[in-house]
Ligand binder design. Structure first.
Ligand code: DHB
Ligand code: FE
Length: 277
């Protein structure tokens, strides 16, 4: 009996999946007659991706849609989509109604975003947490882009719904987002002649004890990129929303100096696996 045979495999799933990945890539290399030069450029490209901190960006643009599909297709709650590379945990915890953290002069029109969190049977989920993040009106995310130091947690918060599962937040209408052109992911898209835009969107994780956490996005209907997201497959019909524009004179009590928007969207959570088992 050799020692090797008695060694237990620390991670059988990794062992199995890694072998299959190698087989799949081997097939790809043979079928596409990948040359040594092309192999070296791929290695150099991935080295750049790591050095420029774009691993999540690259993977999330091209692969996360498929992972979301495997995890969530056919589930009964609100439709999901990718998390993307810009989620930051532990954003400020705020009770609804609230105003998302923002700079003294925050560009773009105000957006009042509200809704109710419910279970599959329609019960309202008091105390559910809607963890929100988004770009500003110019397509910049706090903690990334230019806002890392200047405005931490800008337009990010974990909003606690009231006892009736209702959340009500004041934020800004997000602008379309363009993947940075200076880095390797942008260079790859440019080399393939593809644009690097995502339609304007709001991100959220909706959480409640005993329920499966829902990760999704809401996309602005009239955005020029709504039909051509660089993240192919991330936009789903049920996630396209059309905020209603309002004249300030309509609601003088809100004391709004500029036109503003309202958006209402409800979320449905399914029980967590432990609850259904
Ligand atoms: C990606 C996702 C986003 O939500 C975003 O704003 C930018 C990039 C991505 O999938 O890489
Ligand atoms: Fe995003």
């Amino acid at each position: 009996m050799s020692a090797a045979k008695t060694v237990s495999i620390p991670n059988p799933r990794l062992n199995e999946v890694f072998d299959r990945l190698r087989t799949t890539l081997g097939k790809f290399i043979r079928e596409n007659r990948i040359s040594h030069e092309e192999y070296r450029s791929a290695v150099a490209f991935l080295t750049q991706v790591g050095q420029k901190n774009e691993v999540s960006l690259l993977f999330d643009v091209f692969l996360e849609v498929m992972v979301d599909e495997v995890d969530n297709n056919g589930r009964p709650g609100t439709i999901t989509t990718i998390e993307g590379p810009f989620y930051v945990p532990d954003a400020p915890l705020m009770k609804s109604p609230c105003v998302l953290p923002h700079r003294p002069v925050e560009p773009g029109p105000v957006l009042f975003f509200s809704g109710t969190v419910r279970s599959l049977s329609g019960d309202t989920l008091g105390g559910a947490v809607v963890d929100l993040w988004q770009s500003d009106a110019q397509g910049c995310y706090s903690h990334f882009d230019i806002l890392r130091v200047e405005a931490p947690y800008n337009l990010r918060a974990r909003v606690v719904a009231d006892d009736n599962g209702k959340f009500d937040v004041e934020t800004r209408k997000p602008g379309p987002y363009e993947i940075p052109k200076a880095g390797p992911t942008g260079a790859l898209l440019a080399a393939m002649g593809r644009h690097a835009w995502r339609p304007a969107h709001l991100h959220m994780k909706v959480e409640c004890q005993g329920y499966r956490t829902l990760t999704t996005q809401l996309f602005m209907k009239n955005d020029p990129w709504i039909d051509s997201d660089v993240v192919v497959g991330a936009v789903k019909r049920a996630l396209i929303v059309d905020p209603v524009g309002h004249d300030p004179a309509e609601m003088p009590q809100k004391n709004m100096p500029e036109p503003y928007y309202t958006l209402s969207y409800d979320f449905v959570l399914e029980p967590s696996i432990a609850e259904t088992a």
